[in-house]
Design a protein around this ligand. Structure first.
Ligand SMILES: *Cc1c(COP(=O)(O)O)cnc(C)c1O
Length: 375
């Protein structure tokens, strides 16, 4: 980032990501592998930098959401195994094989398509089969009345020519939720996952060397789900460990600057829609950050940011590129002062709660125009 252009930036601590990786790793049962989730530009932290760090640290696998994200990592020189979690049209089978990418297979029909393409090329595609055990998103149906058909389809798919079925996985919908119902749901998903794996082995003689299901919530709350490999995303970036057991550290600080400060008389309307009117003579600062940078407009008038001398309440509607704060009680904050939107001083959960969302969304909403500055 050009120092003279100081506007808004995301400070990313690779040291903290390294610390988190090691802390999670140390908590795993011996021999358990680690798949680092770096989809969505590593939850906004910058996928190439995070992937390089994980490669250097000896992580076993990476996962991204789509082919383009995987290709970006290959272009950046990442040689680790990479799993694509989402759908890739079978027309890209050659590119998947060429780039040594692992493709998720989510149903028999797609297995047949990939197989046909691979056979045509005379090559083999590395695959992980995904089971739908209760997330009701991607994956072979296998719950309830679908069990028999699910097992049969998996066996058929695993035996197709041109496919190298290396892994089998499922995804938990509620492993990060408190309460007996959520816990029971996760346990049922896990039990079904194991039952399907058992039946596929028993009836078809098919075994997968990498069985994985533990997302961040499960790594923390259901250590018994670790199996051959865990798949944490959020934990790596320092969140989602409510007990603090792992001692993780947040890795991103979103920082902006004060562009200008003015005094307004009582009764002055601030920003679009005149949602805020000064009650007294007020010292109002304009921040160089708006919803185009990833600050949700829903936060208008509902949050405060860490400024020199204390916390500055945000006032008036958040605009595309700017928003206003009341600095009346913060004489130490001046033009060019640095303001932390979230990070060490301003807990991201304060903002995500106020925006009726989760830290995931705030992290990956930090937009492309916000430079990532690595420490
Ligand atoms: C995003 C994702 C993860 C990681 O989830 P976290 O809650 O961030 O740990 C794991 N597995 C799959 C399939 C995912 O889509």
């Amino acid at each position: 980032m050009n120092e003279l252009q100081k506007r808004t930036w995301a400070e990313v601590s690779l040291e903290n990501i390294r610390h988190n990786y090691r802390a999670i790793r140390a908590s795993l049962p011996g021999g358990c592998r680690f798949m680092g989730i770096v989809k969505a530009d590593a939850y906004g932290h910058g996928a190439p930098a995070v992937a390089r760090l994980l490669q250097e640290e000896g992580a076993d696998y990476l996962a991204v959401s789509c082919l383009d994200e995987a290709l970006e990592l290959r272009r950046e020189g990442i040689r680790m195994p990479i799993l694509i979690l989402g759908h890739t049209p079978c027309e890209y089978t050659e590119q998947l094989i060429e780039e040594d990418l692992t493709q998720t297979v989510t149903c028999l029909a797609k297995a047949l398509e990939y197989s046909a393409q691979a056979v045509r090329l005379g090559r083999e595609l590395k695959t992980h089969f995904k089971l739908d055990t209760g997330m009701s998103r991607l994956g072979f149906l296998c719950a309830g009345s679908y069990f028999e058909e699910g097992v049969e389809n998996l066996i058929r798919a695993a035996r197709l020519p041109g496919l190298l079925p290396e892994g089998i996985y499922t995804h938990f919908s509620s492993s990060d939720e408190d309460g007996p119902e959520a816990e029971a749901y996760t346990r049922e998903q896990f039990a079904l996952f194991l039952r399907v794996i058992g039946a596929v082995k028993e009836r078809g003689g098919v075994e997968f060397s990498l069985r994985h299901c533990a997302n961040s919530g499960a790594v923390v709350r259901f250590p018994e789900t670790a199996l051959d490999m865990v798949r944490p995303g959020l934990l790596l970036y320092g969140y989602g460990d409510p007990s603090g057991r792992l001692g993780l550290r947040p890795c991103m600080r979103l920082v902006t600057t004060v562009s200008t400060i003015k005094f307004y008389e009582p009764g002055t309307c601030i920003s679009y829609g005149r949602r805020f009117t000064t009650q007294k003579r007020s010292r109002i600062g304009v921040l160089a950050v708006g919803y185009a940078d990833g600050l949700p407009r829903l936060l208008s008038g509902r949050c405060s940011f860490a400024a020199p001398g204390g916390y500055a309440p945000q006032v008036g509607a958040v605009c595309m590129d700017m928003c206003m704060v009341d600095l009346s009680e913060l004489p130490e904050t001046d033009v060019d002062s640095e303001i932390e939107l979230f990070g060490e001083k301003n807990d991201i959960y304060k903002l995500s709660d106020a925006a009726q969302t989760i830290p995931y969304e705030l992290l990956c909403s930090v937009s492309k125009r916000v430079p990532r500055v690595y420490k």
